[in-house]
Design a protein around this ligand. Structure first.
Ligand SMILES: Cc1cc2nc3c(=O)[nH]c(=O)nc-3n(C[C@H](O)[C@H](O)[C@H](O)COP(=O)(O)OP(=O)(O)OC[C@H]3O[C@@H](n4cnc5c(N)ncnc54)[C@H](O)[C@@H]3O)c2cc1C
Length: 813
């Protein structure tokens, strides 16, 4: 973005105020914050939030948002009154499974650089003496957690922004967002019109209503959440400080607690989800009641109170004296919604943000607006991440309610959503079911993790059983499928991999500008390359196949890549980008016998000389027109075979029949991941993100600095003489039963030095594999390290990579 812009922020809750502070701190002082409510406690969720800030999160970005919020609020006061009370956070376990999970959460915090400690029951009582020792099996203490004083933080940040030039206008309802030629020009309000280059929606539970003013669908749902105040608790009599004990979570019963002088405030997620339609939410206070507050429903709270008295027997002497059903936003995947509308230029959102993450999100948005990108990796939070079906109102409602239910649940990394399923099915779905595929789900697509029909393959093989956690969503068949792929040939359903068609007279120039590879090659050439941001950091990795002079097929990672392409389309209409994923399908035919299967089925010459590695051809497989690309994510001879959805089943059946004499099998994602890691192929989002440069991720080979200018090139040229300080590194794990799952801390001596990205057992290499980010000086082959895994430490060694076929002889055969 060039130069300072006029910004109107809709909503003066904890998010809007923080954005005004962050923008003005960066020199953008033409900021106007409008709110329909009165100043500082305007009546939204922030006005009544109890303000507990627990930093632990499986997402690195969400934890970083929280740690920044903690640091910032700790440094803020309002007329000498603190904005953060850093009393620590305690998560207790009352079940063995939860205690296990607290170790996992401790691992995440260690990975993301936040100090925490797993406590014995006696230590829990030292920190929280009114717990019933008989109930508690252990706890996780995060000393830097605490209580945000949300309304104080709003006023402190608001006042600071005002000192720098911002305006806050209260009692001013935005009625319309004005646009011209697809870009915002300002807002119309109950107080008159305000001109703007950027309108940022921080309207919390009213977000959908504001977004609808520009025709944008915001996939969030306001849900009621119960909060209750006890009367005085005799055991706390005489407590003069607002808070002395840590904030407390009792996730086994969907409960949390904070001190309030000699009382407790209790929050509860255990009741049935109560979604509220945005059109039913008032905009103004009613008889002093905030519009975001609904009447308390004591019956829903009864189980919470019973469980609370079990955990904290001192509550037997107290009663609930007050309660609310407060509204706040849930999303389909639990992440906030941040970014610019795909249709209307200058309309931005920062929605579904907890107090916990508010300052971090505000910083990310301000950086993005002022610098063109954020220093945080935002791929999980970008409002444009959703597939079309994920914006359907029924989907949003079902998933948001389920996320309310699961907010404190222990969720395995492979656990698929239960409902709504099945949603997206490839043409191979029925065949997978016939082969008793154990189906998991990704972006709505049904995919087998393994297929029980392959049970016979286990016999005679040595497939180590992983530890308990990794043994979920697992079968020894996964190992058998992986080994059999390298022995014979397998079919993998790759339909879920998003693909775009890029066409038009400007297509080559467009892709040259956006990608790091030289795609201006002969027809049939396939190029693996990266999409970078202006800092030279990785936005995505893509595979570009040239199918005609002005026609490319690009394999991408998700909707954010489509959004990136669309935002960069030239104004002259010379490039057309189409998402062809839903109308097409893809099978990976991979293994040493792949050519033996394919050749008799096609009149094209698929010999190594005629159809080389990283080339594409259009041919027929039997009667099926196919775009064949000689690529393999599993590191074997073979092809990705694309066809239209109507011909998919025929393609499967043709290959299946032809493959029988060569021992063809259908294989699942479990085998795929194992083989991918054996070959060292990175996965965007897990192994590398926008935090990383190509050199750090070991992907310099995908960057052609000698081609024409591309986004990120200047930044990379600037970095050329700088050695990476961190590296994505391959580790091997000796104990075949110790299978880590990702996000686990890597430890050298007593220091946490990095974290695992992807991991799996390598069934053909016979060794556990974990990729991890490490300081460059530790990324030396042979270096012994440890990986924190729940309460254990697993021995690991830095390895040369890839583990399998470093000479590429299998792929190029
Ligand atoms: C009971 C309860 C307990 C919670 N506990 C916690 C907790 O312990 N920790 C935590 O991190 N989070 C907690 N949350 C969640 C947290 O409160 C919210 O996620 C957060 O406050 C949202 O902040 P916001 O600024 O986005 O929205 P809000 O605070 O709702 O602000 C949005 C503002 O936009 C204004 N607005 C909307 N539409 C318009 C319009 N058309 N024109 C002008 N102004 C408009 C509204 O008046 C409002 O002031 C809790 C929520 C509830 C309900």
């Amino acid at each position: 973005m060039t130069g300072q812009q006029r910004v109107v922020v809709i909503g003066a809750g904890v998010v809007g105020a923080a954005v005004a502070d962050e923008l003005t701190a960066r020199g953008w002082t033409d900021v106007t914050v409008l709110d329909q409510g009165p100043p500082w406690a305007a009546g939204g969720s922030s006005s009544h939030a109890p303000g507990l800030v627990f930093q632990a999160n499986g997402s690195k970005t969400m934890t970083e948002f929280a740690t920044y919020t903690v640091e910032k609020l700790c440094s803020l006061d309002l007329d000498g009154e603190p904005c953060f009370l850093q009393v620590g956070g305690l998560e207790v376990a009352t079940t063995p499974e939860r205690l296990q999970d607290l170790h996992r959460r401790h691992g995440w915090l260690a990975s993301w650089g936040v100090h925490s400690r797993v406590l014995s029951p006696a230590e829990c009582l030292e920190h929280y003496p009114i717990l019933d020792e008989g109930q508690v099996l252990g706890g996780l203490l995060i000393p830097t957690d605490g209580l945000a004083k949300a309304v104080r933080a709003i006023e402190a940040q608001g006042r600071r922004a005002i000192e720098r030039g911002a305006r806050f206008v209260a009692d001013c309802e935005v009625l319309a967002v004005d646009t011209e030629d697809g870009a915002v020009t300002g807002v119309s309000t109950s107080f008159g019109d305000f001109a703007a280059d950027i309108v940022l929606c921080c309207a919390g539970i009213w977000g959908q209503k504001v977004a609808a003013m520009v025709g944008m669908t915001l996939p969030l749902t306001p849900l009621a959440h119960q909060l209750a105040w006890t009367g005085p608790v005799p055991a706390l009599a005489g407590q003069v400080a607002e808070v002395v004990r840590p904030i407390l979570r009792h996730q086994d019963q969907d409960l949390y607690y904070r001190d309030n002088y000699d009382q407790l405030i209790v929050g509860y997620y255990g009741h049935d989800p109560t979604p509220v339609d945005v059109s039913d939410i008032a905009t103004q206070f009613r008889d002093g009641v905030m519009p975001s507050v609904l009447e308390f429903t004591p019956d829903d709270f009864a189980p919470a109170w019973q469980e609370s008295r079990k955990l904290i027997p001192a509550l037997d002497e107290a009663d609930i004296t007050e309660g609310i059903n407060g509204l706040f936003s849930f999303t389909t995947d639990g992440f906030p919604l941040i970014g610019e509308s795909p249709q209307v230029k200058g309309f931005w959102v920062a929605e579904a943000v907890w107090v916990t993450h508010s300052a971090g999100v505000a910083r990310a948005v301000a950086e993005w607006l002022v610098n063109g990108q954020s220093s945080y990796d935002l791929h999980e939070c970008d409002v444009n991440r959703f597939e079309a079906h994920q914006l359907a109102p029924d989907y949003v409602l079902a998933r948001d309610c389920q996320n309310f239910v699961e907010v404190y649940d222990i969720v395995h990394p492979l656990q698929p959503m239960d409902h709504p399923r099945p949603l997206r099915t490839s043409p191979f779905y029925t065949r997978h079911l016939e082969l008793a595929g154990q189906m998991l789900e990704a972006s709505g697509w049904e995919r087998p993790q393994w297929l029980d029909a392959n049970a016979g393959l286990i016999e005679g093989r040595d497939i180590p059983t992983p530890n308990d956690w990794a043994a979920r969503y697992w079968s020894p068949i996964v190992g058998a499928e992986a080994q059999a792929t390298r022995e014979t040939v397998a079919l993998y359903d790759m339909t879920a991999l998003k693909r775009l068609e890029v066409r038009g007279p400007g297509a080559t120039e467009f892709l040259q500008r956006l990608s790091t590879g030289n795609v201006d090659k002969s027809i049939g050439a396939v190029t693996y390359c990266l999409l970078l941001d202006e800092r030279g950091h990785i936005r995505s990795d893509v595979t570009v196949a040239r199918l005609g002079p002005q026609h490319y097929q690009v394999g991408v990672n998700g909707n954010l890549d489509l959004d990136w392409f669309q935002r960069h389309l030239p104004d002259d209409g010379s490039v057309f980008v189409t998402d062809i994923t839903p109308g097409t399908c893809c099978l990976g035919l991979w293994g040493p016998h792949a050519r033996d299967v394919l050749q008799p089925l096609t009149s094209a010459d698929v010999s190594n000389a005629a159809f080389r590695y990283f080339r594409a051809q259009q041919l027929y497989v039997g009667m099926v027109p196919v775009t064949a690309m000689r690529l393999s994510y599993v590191g074997e001879l073979g092809w990705e075979l694309y066809t239209t959805a109507d011909m998919g089943l025929k393609l499967w059946d043709t290959l299946w029949e032809g493959g029988q004499e060569h021992g063809i099998l259908a294989a699942g994602r479990g085998a795929f991941t194992s083989l991918r890691l054996e070959k060292g192929y990175r996965s965007f989002g897990a192994d590398m993100t926008s935090e990383h440069t190509p050199a750090e991720a070991g992907l310099e080979f995908a960057v052609k600095m000698d081609k024409s200018d591309f986004i990120g090139k200047a930044a990379l040229a600037h970095l050329a003489d700088t050695l990476p300080r961190k590296r994505l590194t391959c580790l091997t794990i000796d104990d075949p039963h110790a299978v880590v799952m990702g996000k686990d801390p890597v430890i050298s001596g007593d220091d946490v030095v990095g974290y695992v990205t992807s991991a799996a057992f390598g069934y053909t290499a016979g060794v556990g594999i974990a990729y991890a980010w490490l300081p460059a000086e530790l990324a030396a082959p042979g270096k012994p390290l440890e990986i924190g895994y729940f309460a254990d430490r697993v021995k690991a060694t830095v390895s040369e990579e890839p583990i399998v076929d470093p000479s590429m002889s299998r792929l190029r055969s």
